[in-house]
Design a protein around this ligand. Structure first.
Ligand SMILES: [Zn+2]
Length: 456
């Protein structure tokens, strides 16, 4: 008679394939599942009765930024507690490598607002293997599947230079990308709202995507615009897939800003049409109608040319302030225009390293507290005071759109957060703790947008 170390008895088993769930037992020895089914006759050192409970494989989070906090919180409790055992990291163009000697400071400054301040990052690594050996030493039990961030890749070759890549620069980027893919990276991500992703033209992306395709990797993209130019941005992502043959995943799909609500019906149709033409395109979505990112995304990306230091110096010049304010207020900004699209009131500070008391305050409240007649002047003064270092939550999506995307078979639910812990402080987006419980509680159990099997 078979003996296991442990048997979970009488659970409802969802195997993660989407197949119908069934009641049964699970036999485990060591760290392996050895048998699934009716194990009535089997013996075990320990038997756990899980009647009335569902048992499922550890969840795979296809899009998060766990790499940005894992050295500070190697136990990754905020992820383990929501069922996630595997995280795809390096998203939105923001991977922790490759890093070049020439631009080590650039990438360090750039990723600083995303990184947990508890850990002193040495930035001594030059490639993903180097970074992940630090992660391995931390003893984490979270499985991490790395992507190469196109932003980080471009910084390694040309810093924050906004000009198109020359032939030599292109060759240098492809060489670094190829090395990372040979070493096991799963593909490449881009973050086309974040410089230098935003400086990158479609053709440059296509050329890099060809390298990714040749390794059977995939291309994940934070679109150039998720608001007024959402449709064009989806078209661009699909064009990258079409030109290079790479599989495409649209990151945290949404329509930002009230005027764009409902556009996801069109984008999902565009994806279906592209698939019919042979482009392998899918999307992911976090189960909340609010977004979160760094406050530098409120400005046109040209404000960041030359890096964070150059941006802060520039924001002291009255004419620059006036130009930026006009560009935002008159709706001429290329990137999504959160200030105009959702208003100061719906932008809430999550964390401000320099001045923690701003966490939880909206920009409207901050501007009001500072007084003066021009909200942009007050905003820029505040921005300089905190050195442009803060994260924010943006209340800018429609709940109906979130539901539409979750219900669509081409989407996967993700968290898009980083590992954290209560001691980290701030008022972070709840997705860092609650994405998968919310999927199963709200969208599966309460609203029945998906069946339990589909949800899992
Ligand atoms: Zn993103």
């Amino acid at each position: 008679m078979k003996a296991f170390d442990r048997i979970l008895r009488n659970g409802r088993i969802c195997d993660g394939t989407g197949n119908p769930s069934f009641h049964g037992d699970i036999g485990i020895s060591g760290d392996r599942i050895e048998a699934v089914g009716r194990l009535d006759a089997a013996q075990a050192a320990e038997t756990v009765d899980i009647s009335g409970l569902v048992v499922a494989p550890g969840f795979i989070d296809l899009h998060n930024h766990v790499d940005h906090g894992i050295l500070a919180y190697p136990d990754a409790n905020s992820y383990i507690m929501q069922g996630v055992t595997t995280s795809v990291v390096g998203n939105c163009g923001l991977s922790m490598a490759p890093v070049s000697d020439a631009h080590r400071e650039d990438v360090r400054d750039y990723l600083k607002p995303f990184l947990n301040k508890k850990h002193p990052y040495s930035w001594e690594w030059s490639d993903l293997s180097g970074f992940f050996s630090c992660v391995e030493q931390s003893g984490t039990i979270q499985n991490l599947a790395p992507l190469v961030g196109q932003g980080t890749l471009r910084i390694a070759v040309k810093g924050f230079d906004p000009t198109p890549a020359t032939g030599d620069e292109m060759a240098a980027m492809k060489k670094l990308l190829r090395a990372e893919l040979e070493n096991g990276a799963f593909g490449m991500s881009s973050g086309l709202i974040y410089p230098p992703g935003s400086y990158t033209g479609t053709e440059e992306l296509q050329e890099l995507a060809r390298v990714v395709a040749s390794f059977g990797g995939y291309y994940v993209t934070h679109l150039r615009n998720e608001g007024d130019r959402l449709i064009e941005s989806v078209d661009e992502a699909i064009a990258v897939g079409e030109a290079s043959g790479v599989s495409v995943q649209l990151s945290h799909h949404k329509a930002a800003g009230r005027g764009n609500w409902g556009k996801v019906n069109a984008t999902l149709r565009i994806m279906e049409e592209a698939r019919a033409r042979g482009v392998d395109v899918t999307c992911d979505v976090y189960p909340y109608p609010a977004a979160m990112t760094t406050i530098t995304s409120l400005l046109p990306s040209r404000a960041l040319e030359g890096g964070i230091g150059a941006m802060l110096a520039r924001l002291k010049i009255p004419e620059v302030r006036r130009e930026l304010a006009d560009e935002i207020w008159q709706g001429r900004m290329k990137e999504e225009n959160w200030i105009r699209g959702i208003g100061w009131r719906n932008i809430v500070i999550a964390e401000s390293r320099v001045e923690p008391r701003y966490a939880g305050m909206s920009l409207e409240e901050i501007i009001k507290e500072r007084g003066g007649s021009d909200p942009f002047e007050a905003f820029f003064d505040w921005f300089l005071e905190i050195h442009g270092e803060a994260t924010m939550v943006l209340f800018g999506m429609d709940e109906a759109d979130v539901r539409t995307i979750i219900a669509h078979p081409l989407s996967a639910v993700i968290s898009d957060s980083w590992v954290t812990a209560p001691e980290a402080g701030g008022r972070p987006h709840p997705r860092g703790y609650g994405s998968f419980p919310r999927l199963l509680g709200k969208y599966v159990r309460e609203e029945r947008v998906l069946s339990l099997e589909e949800g899992i």
